[in-house]
Design a protein around this ligand. Structure first.
Ligand code: BG6
Ligand code: GLC
Length: 491
């Protein structure tokens, strides 16, 4: 029989609780702090729209139209950068609905950190496998040229809707020799080598895909596509004239009014000007693949939230306040305390002394902390740690959302007072972390006021970037037919 969690009340319990109160203070973001971060965030948006190579990159995407649900056709989509690699065939019915066939593939750490050619050959091979298994029924058998939208969720300097050079890897990827390479060409040559008759006609970030997909599904344009998953980022609708760093090579072409911008907001405050970074964040950053990169993402996204919690837990162990001062090999392993465990713990409503509780199971069974060292107070403490880390992530996420709404109100659509702010979101954090969206809303209310917060509609665009990439492939072929195919012109 599994032992019951031992009681550890009295002064040890009080000391532990006091220590967490103190850590809570370090990770709590008051309205005043949020307002200051918001102001800086908005200022950096303008800065990135005017200048190249900023920490928040503000990448013009060359997507100049947003769908309204009437789009029709069959397209392929490839999605690299989230939890899984996905290949999809999307049939858009023109009525805001779609059917999708998809296959998911796991990308191993070896592939993520190996050679670019090996990674892209693997991706091309996945397309081949998908087409072979779908060819009995799908459009793959029709013999027509298949167009593919490539969702590649990493910072790329885009030079056209179908061209982009990788600036840097983020999240767990590190295939170094891909940096500086044009990724559509790289994928196309690997597809050609394998004899796969598919043309990659668009490059799309997952946030852009989410934005397009949400507009399509909600049959009205969306303002923001936000990803809160392994990484975090947002794409939003910007006035073309505000993107002052961008010139188009054919001045005779009519300039579009709008263009979607991929903010790459994960890199916000890499200059360390405003975010209240704690020693726990510094430790996570120092040991990450790319220290001093993507500071904002490291405080928000699924790749790092479990790791921040692990750092806090270990600090309490080291102070002999938690688990009687004993850790485990597992708990001492980088990234072993997955953010998914935080979700299970934050959702745990069972009594702290009940050793069938999800928290107890994560600690004793998954993290291999010795049962005799886990007290009911420890269970409560770990729950509080996860809540504190999750709530801070949500409040910071709200800053980015508030900045885009404020920007829209002040810059993009200042005369429309009746507007509803239609936001599409996706990713494992927003999907699974308990209370995440409620906390985002609460912080949003503090920053933009109740009236605007009430007019803000979050829609969950599950697996949205698959549909989004298909829509982007469609948009690209429309732009090609209309001869509206702008390329970046550098001064
Ligand atoms: C998926 C999208 O639904 O969500 C991906 O298809 C996206 O494009 C991903 O990157 C983000 O969530 P996560 O949690 O898988 O990183
Ligand atoms: C990282 C990537 C970005 C992507 C985000 C969400 O921040 O740099 O391109 O959109 O993760 O997947």
């Amino acid at each position: 029989m599994a032992p019951t969690a031992v009681q550890n009340g009295g002064s040890a319990g009080q000391e532990l609780s006091k220590a967490i109160d103190e850590i809570g203070v370090q990770l709590t973001l008051s309205k005043d702090v949020l307002d200051k971060i918001l102001e800086r965030f908005h200022e950096r948006m303008f800065h990135g729209l005017a200048n190249d190579n900023q920490n928040m990159l503000m990448i013009p995407t060359f997507v100049t139209g947003v769908p309204d649900g009437s789009e029709k056709g069959t397209y392929l989509a490839l999605d690299l950068g989230g939890t899984n690699l996905r290949v999809c065939e999307v049939i858009l019915d023109g009525k805001g609905s779609f059917t999708m066939k998809q296959q998911k593939y796991k990308v191993s750490d070896e592939l993520k950190r190996g050679k670019a050619k090996t990674l892209f050959t693997f991706i091309a091979q996945s397309v081949k496998t998908f087409l072979e298994s779908e060819s009995k029924t799908g459009s793959a058998s029709s013999g027509e040229e298949l167009l593919l939208g490539f969702t590649f969720s990493f910072p790329c300097e885009q030079t056209a809707i179908d061209q982009g050079t990788l600036i840097k890897w983020t999240k767990g990827f590190d295939a170094d020799d891909a940096i500086g390479q044009e990724v559509v060409g790289l994928l196309q040559s690997c597809l050609n080598e394998l004899g796969v008759k598919v043309r990659v006609n668009s490059l799309v970030n997952d946030t852009v895909g989410t934005l397009l997909a949400h507009g399509y599904q909600s049959k009205g344009p969306a303002l923001l596509g936000g990803i809160f998953g392994t990484g975090t980022n947002g794409a939003y609708v910007e006035l073309r004239k505000n993107i002052t760093k961008l010139q188009v090579d054919d001045p005779l072409e009519p300039a579009p009014t709008y263009m979607i911008v991929n903010a790459e907001w994960g890199g916000f405050d890499d200059e360390r000007a405003i975010l209240p970074v704690t020693p726990f964040d510094n430790q996570v950053d120092r040991e990450a693949i790319r220290p001093r990169h993507h500071a904002f993402e490291k405080m928000i996204s699924g790749m790092y939230l479990g790791e921040i919690s692990r750092m806090i837990i270990l600090s309490l162990v080291d102070r002999l306040l938690l688990f009687k001062g004993f850790s485990s090999v597992k708990m001492n392993t980088q990234y072993a305390f997955d953010t998914a465990y935080m979700s299970a713990i934050m959702d745990d409503k069972k009594d702290a002394s009940d050793n069938s509780s999800p928290t107890y199971k994560v600690l004793a069974e998954t993290m291999e902390i010795k049962p005799e060292n886990i007290s009911a107070e420890d269970i409560k403490a770990v729950r509080r740690v996860c809540d504190i880390v999750g709530k801070r992530a949500a409040r910071l996420s709200a800053v980015a959302v508030a900045a885009v709404i404020k920007h829209h109100q002040e810059e993009v659509s200042p005369d429309n007072k009746e507007e509803v702010y239609n936001l599409g979101v996706d990713g494992s954090v927003v999907e699974y972390l308990p209370n995440f969206l409620d906390w985002v809303r609460e912080a949003l209310r503090e920053m933009v006021g109740t009236e605007t917060e009430k007019k803000t509609k979050f829609g969950f665009a599950k697996d949205g970037s698959g549909i989004g990439a298909a829509l982007c492939a469609l948009q690209a072929s429309k732009q090609e037919k209309d001869h509206h195919h702008p390329h970046l012109h550098k001064n």
